[in-house]
Design a protein around this ligand. Structure first.
Ligand code: SF4
Length: 273
Protein backbone atom coordinates (compact mmCIF):
# COMPACT_ATOMS: atom_id res chain seq x y z
CA UNK A 1 0.00 0.00 0.00
CA UNK A 2 2.75 2.40 1.03
CA UNK A 3 4.70 1.69 -2.18
CA UNK A 4 1.63 2.28 -4.30
CA UNK A 5 1.04 5.65 -2.59
CA UNK A 6 4.68 6.62 -3.20
CA UNK A 7 4.35 5.65 -6.90
CA UNK A 8 1.22 7.79 -7.21
CA UNK A 9 3.00 10.79 -5.68
CA UNK A 10 5.94 10.36 -8.08
CA UNK A 11 3.57 10.18 -11.09
CA UNK A 12 1.82 13.41 -9.97
CA UNK A 13 5.20 15.09 -9.58
CA UNK A 14 6.29 13.90 -13.03
CA UNK A 15 3.07 15.07 -14.65
CA UNK A 16 3.51 18.52 -13.10
CA UNK A 17 7.09 18.70 -14.41
CA UNK A 18 6.01 17.69 -17.93
CA UNK A 19 3.21 20.26 -17.99
CA UNK A 20 5.64 22.96 -16.81
CA UNK A 21 8.22 21.97 -19.44
CA UNK A 22 5.63 22.00 -22.19
CA UNK A 23 4.40 25.43 -21.15
CA UNK A 24 7.96 26.80 -21.06
CA UNK A 25 8.74 25.32 -24.49
CA UNK A 26 5.57 26.89 -25.84
CA UNK A 27 6.57 30.30 -24.47
CA UNK A 28 10.08 30.00 -25.91
CA UNK A 29 8.71 28.88 -29.23
CA UNK A 30 6.43 31.92 -29.29
CA UNK A 31 9.53 34.07 -28.80
CA UNK A 32 11.43 32.16 -31.48
CA UNK A 33 14.01 30.84 -28.97
CA UNK A 34 13.31 27.19 -29.82
CA UNK A 35 11.61 25.57 -32.79
CA UNK A 36 8.88 23.10 -31.94
CA UNK A 37 8.24 20.52 -34.65
CA UNK A 38 4.70 20.58 -35.92
CA UNK A 39 2.88 17.26 -35.65
CA UNK A 40 2.37 15.51 -39.00
CA UNK A 41 -0.78 16.63 -40.73
CA UNK A 42 -2.64 13.52 -41.76
CA UNK A 43 -4.98 15.42 -44.00
CA UNK A 44 -2.34 17.53 -45.77
CA UNK A 45 -3.03 17.44 -49.49
CA UNK A 46 -0.44 15.61 -51.61
CA UNK A 47 1.67 17.92 -53.79
CA UNK A 48 0.54 17.93 -57.40
CA UNK A 49 2.61 15.66 -59.68
CA UNK A 50 5.36 17.37 -61.61
CA UNK A 51 4.25 18.18 -65.13
CA UNK A 52 5.48 15.50 -67.52
CA UNK A 53 7.09 16.67 -70.69
CA UNK A 54 5.66 15.14 -73.80
CA UNK A 55 8.26 12.93 -75.52
CA UNK A 56 9.47 13.95 -78.94
CA UNK A 57 7.51 12.45 -81.81
CA UNK A 58 10.51 10.27 -82.67
CA UNK A 59 13.63 9.19 -80.82
CA UNK A 60 14.09 7.73 -77.37
CA UNK A 61 11.95 8.74 -74.40
CA UNK A 62 13.69 10.40 -71.44
CA UNK A 63 13.29 7.41 -69.18
CA UNK A 64 16.57 6.75 -67.36
CA UNK A 65 15.58 5.36 -63.94
CA UNK A 66 12.19 6.47 -62.53
CA UNK A 67 8.85 5.75 -64.08
CA UNK A 68 8.31 5.05 -67.73
CA UNK A 69 6.27 7.41 -69.84
CA UNK A 70 2.75 5.92 -69.60
CA UNK A 71 1.94 7.03 -73.14
CA UNK A 72 4.92 5.12 -74.51
CA UNK A 73 4.06 2.02 -72.48
CA UNK A 74 0.49 2.19 -73.78
CA UNK A 75 1.76 2.61 -77.34
CA UNK A 76 4.04 -0.42 -77.03
CA UNK A 77 1.15 -2.42 -75.59
CA UNK A 78 -1.10 -1.38 -78.48
CA UNK A 79 1.57 -2.30 -81.04
CA UNK A 80 2.18 -5.65 -79.35
CA UNK A 81 -1.49 -6.55 -79.05
CA UNK A 82 -2.20 -5.63 -82.67
CA UNK A 83 0.53 -8.01 -83.82
CA UNK A 84 -0.94 -11.34 -84.85
CA UNK A 85 2.17 -13.51 -84.93
CA UNK A 86 5.74 -13.80 -83.72
CA UNK A 87 7.23 -12.77 -87.09
CA UNK A 88 5.29 -9.53 -86.91
CA UNK A 89 6.18 -9.00 -83.25
CA UNK A 90 9.87 -9.50 -84.02
CA UNK A 91 9.61 -6.77 -86.67
CA UNK A 92 7.83 -4.41 -84.26
CA UNK A 93 10.56 -4.96 -81.67
CA UNK A 94 13.29 -4.38 -84.28
CA UNK A 95 11.77 -0.98 -85.06
CA UNK A 96 11.19 0.02 -81.43
CA UNK A 97 12.79 3.25 -80.23
CA UNK A 98 10.75 3.67 -77.06
CA UNK A 99 13.67 3.82 -74.65
CA UNK A 100 17.22 5.11 -74.76
CA UNK A 101 18.67 1.62 -75.24
CA UNK A 102 17.85 1.92 -78.94
CA UNK A 103 20.70 4.44 -79.18
CA UNK A 104 23.38 2.05 -77.93
CA UNK A 105 22.20 -1.35 -79.20
CA UNK A 106 23.80 -3.02 -82.20
CA UNK A 107 20.50 -4.76 -82.85
CA UNK A 108 17.46 -5.99 -80.98
CA UNK A 109 17.59 -9.53 -79.55
CA UNK A 110 14.14 -11.06 -79.91
CA UNK A 111 14.42 -14.78 -79.17
CA UNK A 112 16.04 -18.08 -80.02
CA UNK A 113 14.08 -21.20 -80.85
CA UNK A 114 12.36 -22.77 -83.85
CA UNK A 115 12.28 -20.51 -86.92
CA UNK A 116 14.62 -17.99 -85.34
CA UNK A 117 12.51 -17.65 -82.22
CA UNK A 118 9.22 -17.22 -84.06
CA UNK A 119 7.79 -20.69 -83.44
CA UNK A 120 5.70 -22.21 -80.65
CA UNK A 121 7.36 -24.31 -77.94
CA UNK A 122 6.36 -25.96 -74.68
CA UNK A 123 9.13 -24.24 -72.71
CA UNK A 124 10.26 -20.62 -72.66
CA UNK A 125 13.46 -19.63 -70.83
CA UNK A 126 13.56 -15.93 -69.94
CA UNK A 127 16.69 -14.02 -68.96
CA UNK A 128 17.11 -10.43 -67.96
CA UNK A 129 18.66 -8.61 -70.93
CA UNK A 130 21.11 -9.20 -73.77
CA UNK A 131 24.83 -8.94 -73.03
CA UNK A 132 27.62 -7.97 -75.40
CA UNK A 133 27.75 -11.26 -77.32
CA UNK A 134 23.97 -11.32 -77.69
CA UNK A 135 23.92 -7.71 -78.86
CA UNK A 136 26.55 -8.50 -81.50
CA UNK A 137 24.92 -11.72 -82.73
CA UNK A 138 21.25 -10.86 -82.24
CA UNK A 139 20.68 -14.15 -80.40
CA UNK A 140 20.00 -14.56 -76.67
CA UNK A 141 22.24 -16.67 -74.46
CA UNK A 142 25.36 -17.15 -76.54
CA UNK A 143 28.89 -17.23 -75.09
CA UNK A 144 29.82 -19.28 -72.02
CA UNK A 145 26.55 -18.73 -70.17
CA UNK A 146 24.67 -19.61 -73.33
CA UNK A 147 26.69 -22.82 -73.71
CA UNK A 148 25.82 -23.80 -70.15
CA UNK A 149 22.14 -23.16 -70.87
CA UNK A 150 22.45 -25.32 -74.00
CA UNK A 151 23.96 -28.10 -71.85
CA UNK A 152 21.07 -27.80 -69.38
CA UNK A 153 18.57 -28.11 -72.25
CA UNK A 154 20.31 -30.84 -74.21
CA UNK A 155 22.18 -32.94 -71.63
CA UNK A 156 19.85 -32.27 -68.72
CA UNK A 157 16.41 -32.15 -70.32
CA UNK A 158 17.13 -34.30 -73.36
CA UNK A 159 15.76 -31.66 -75.73
CA UNK A 160 17.48 -29.82 -78.53
CA UNK A 161 17.95 -26.07 -78.20
CA UNK A 162 15.64 -25.68 -81.22
CA UNK A 163 12.82 -27.33 -79.28
CA UNK A 164 12.64 -24.57 -76.67
CA UNK A 165 12.37 -20.81 -76.82
CA UNK A 166 14.82 -18.45 -75.15
CA UNK A 167 14.21 -14.73 -74.68
CA UNK A 168 14.91 -11.84 -72.34
CA UNK A 169 12.78 -9.31 -70.50
CA UNK A 170 14.58 -6.51 -72.40
CA UNK A 171 15.16 -6.78 -76.10
CA UNK A 172 18.10 -4.34 -76.19
CA UNK A 173 21.40 -4.46 -74.33
CA UNK A 174 21.88 -2.05 -71.41
CA UNK A 175 25.31 -0.38 -71.74
CA UNK A 176 28.12 -1.98 -69.70
CA UNK A 177 25.72 -4.80 -68.80
CA UNK A 178 24.12 -2.68 -66.08
CA UNK A 179 20.79 -3.76 -64.61
CA UNK A 180 17.71 -2.70 -66.60
CA UNK A 181 15.91 0.28 -65.11
CA UNK A 182 12.28 -0.07 -64.01
CA UNK A 183 11.31 2.27 -66.85
CA UNK A 184 13.06 0.16 -69.47
CA UNK A 185 11.38 -2.97 -68.14
CA UNK A 186 7.97 -1.28 -68.13
CA UNK A 187 8.41 -0.17 -71.73
CA UNK A 188 9.61 -3.56 -72.99
CA UNK A 189 7.23 -5.77 -70.99
CA UNK A 190 4.33 -5.43 -73.48
CA UNK A 191 6.56 -7.19 -76.04
CA UNK A 192 7.45 -9.97 -73.60
CA UNK A 193 3.81 -10.42 -72.58
CA UNK A 194 2.73 -10.74 -76.21
CA UNK A 195 5.69 -13.01 -76.95
CA UNK A 196 4.56 -15.34 -74.15
CA UNK A 197 0.99 -15.34 -75.49
CA UNK A 198 2.12 -16.16 -79.02
CA UNK A 199 4.74 -18.79 -78.12
CA UNK A 200 2.11 -20.21 -75.77
CA UNK A 201 4.47 -22.30 -73.60
CA UNK A 202 3.28 -24.58 -70.82
CA UNK A 203 6.23 -23.72 -68.57
CA UNK A 204 8.18 -20.48 -68.17
CA UNK A 205 11.66 -20.79 -66.69
CA UNK A 206 12.96 -17.39 -65.60
CA UNK A 207 16.73 -17.39 -65.24
CA UNK A 208 18.10 -15.42 -62.30
CA UNK A 209 16.70 -13.04 -59.75
CA UNK A 210 15.80 -10.10 -62.00
CA UNK A 211 13.79 -12.09 -64.51
CA UNK A 212 12.15 -14.12 -61.75
CA UNK A 213 11.12 -11.12 -59.68
CA UNK A 214 9.86 -9.36 -62.79
CA UNK A 215 7.78 -12.29 -64.02
CA UNK A 216 6.33 -13.01 -60.60
CA UNK A 217 6.00 -9.35 -59.60
CA UNK A 218 7.81 -10.19 -56.39
CA UNK A 219 10.62 -8.76 -54.28
CA UNK A 220 11.42 -12.07 -52.59
CA UNK A 221 14.89 -13.60 -52.78
CA UNK A 222 15.88 -16.23 -55.32
CA UNK A 223 16.27 -18.71 -52.48
CA UNK A 224 12.60 -18.25 -51.57
CA UNK A 225 11.24 -18.15 -55.12
CA UNK A 226 13.02 -21.12 -56.70
CA UNK A 227 12.33 -24.76 -55.95
CA UNK A 228 8.56 -24.52 -56.49
CA UNK A 229 5.98 -24.00 -59.21
CA UNK A 230 4.31 -20.59 -59.44
CA UNK A 231 1.44 -19.54 -61.68
CA UNK A 232 1.39 -16.49 -63.96
CA UNK A 233 -1.58 -15.89 -66.21
CA UNK A 234 -2.49 -19.59 -66.15
CA UNK A 235 1.05 -20.71 -66.99
CA UNK A 236 3.48 -22.55 -64.76
CA UNK A 237 6.63 -20.70 -63.74
CA UNK A 238 9.65 -22.62 -62.44
CA UNK A 239 12.47 -20.18 -61.58
CA UNK A 240 16.10 -21.19 -61.48
CA UNK A 241 19.52 -19.59 -61.34
CA UNK A 242 21.06 -17.66 -64.21
CA UNK A 243 23.75 -19.66 -66.06
CA UNK A 244 26.24 -16.79 -65.57
CA UNK A 245 25.73 -17.16 -61.81
CA UNK A 246 26.25 -20.92 -62.08
CA UNK A 247 29.56 -20.31 -63.86
CA UNK A 248 30.68 -18.21 -60.90
CA UNK A 249 29.17 -20.58 -58.32
CA UNK A 250 29.42 -24.13 -59.71
CA UNK A 251 28.32 -25.62 -56.39
CA UNK A 252 24.82 -24.24 -57.09
CA UNK A 253 24.44 -26.33 -60.27
CA UNK A 254 22.86 -29.15 -58.26
CA UNK A 255 20.15 -26.73 -57.07
CA UNK A 256 19.55 -25.66 -60.67
CA UNK A 257 19.26 -29.31 -61.66
CA UNK A 258 16.55 -29.78 -59.02
CA UNK A 259 14.62 -26.87 -60.57
CA UNK A 260 15.04 -28.28 -64.06
CA UNK A 261 13.81 -31.70 -62.90
CA UNK A 262 10.79 -29.96 -61.38
CA UNK A 263 10.08 -28.26 -64.72
CA UNK A 264 10.52 -31.58 -66.52
CA UNK A 265 7.98 -33.22 -64.22
CA UNK A 266 5.51 -30.44 -65.00
CA UNK A 267 6.14 -31.08 -68.71
CA UNK A 268 5.86 -34.84 -68.33
CA UNK A 269 9.42 -35.30 -69.57
CA UNK A 270 11.44 -38.30 -68.44
CA UNK A 271 15.12 -38.16 -67.63
CA UNK A 272 17.23 -38.51 -70.81
CA UNK A 273 19.03 -41.85 -71.26
S1 SF4 B 1 14.65 -2.22 -74.75
FE1 SF4 B 1 12.57 -2.69 -75.45
S2 SF4 B 1 11.43 -0.76 -75.16
FE2 SF4 B 1 13.64 -0.24 -75.16
S3 SF4 B 1 14.11 0.24 -77.32
FE3 SF4 B 1 14.59 -1.93 -77.00
S4 SF4 B 1 12.73 -2.99 -77.66
FE4 SF4 B 1 12.15 -0.85 -77.32
Amino acid sequence: MENRAQDGARQDELATLVRGLAAELGRQADRGVVRVAAPPRASAPAPPPAPRQAPPASGPAPDAGGGADPARVAENRRLALETADLVGLKAVVAACRACALCETRTQTVFADGPDGGTGKTRVLFIGEAPGQNEDEQGVPFVGRAGQLLTDIIEKGMGLSRREVSIANVLKCRPPDNRDPTPAEKALCTPFLDRQIELIDPEVLIPLGLHATQHLLDSTESMGRLRGRVHMRGGRKVVPTYHPAFLLRSPSMKKECWKDIQLAMRELGLGRPK
